[in-house]
Design a binder for this molecule. Structure first.
Ligand SMILES: [Zn+2]
Length: 104
């Protein structure tokens, strides 16, 4: 297989970041169609990352529900609870899925 140019990976990274920003904006619009579009943007970003072997940034890994693909926006479609004794913040999506983000 042909080795990919580093510029290709850079462009892929840019596209992933841009798609994630757009997905966040769409989620904040709240209507059903926009939320569907946001999920689609996230899916495309994930496909780009696997195709070009680019690592997904931490903010995308932590900012998307694994079960339903929603972009997590605190106060809109997810709750944030701190488990200070265990050292993590729990992001609870509206579908019920919990995501633990460690801060210790
Ligand atoms: Zn979810």
């Amino acid at each position: 297989m042909q080795k990919k140019d580093p510029i290709v990976k850079e462009i892929a990274q840019e596209r992933i970041n841009r798609l994630f920003l757009l997905a966040g904006d769409r989620t904040r619009m709240k209507d059903k169609r926009s939320i569907e579009l946001a999920r689609r943007y996230v899916k495309i970003a994930k496909n780009i990352s696997t195709h070009y072997k680019v690592r997904l940034p931490e903010k995308i890994k932590n900012g998307v529900c694994k079960k339903c693909g929603n972009v997590l926006v605190p106060g809109l479609n997810c709750k944030v609870r701190l488990a200070s004794s265990k050292g993590y913040a729990a992001y609870i999506c509206e579908c019920g899925e919990e995501k633990h983000i460690f801060y210790k």
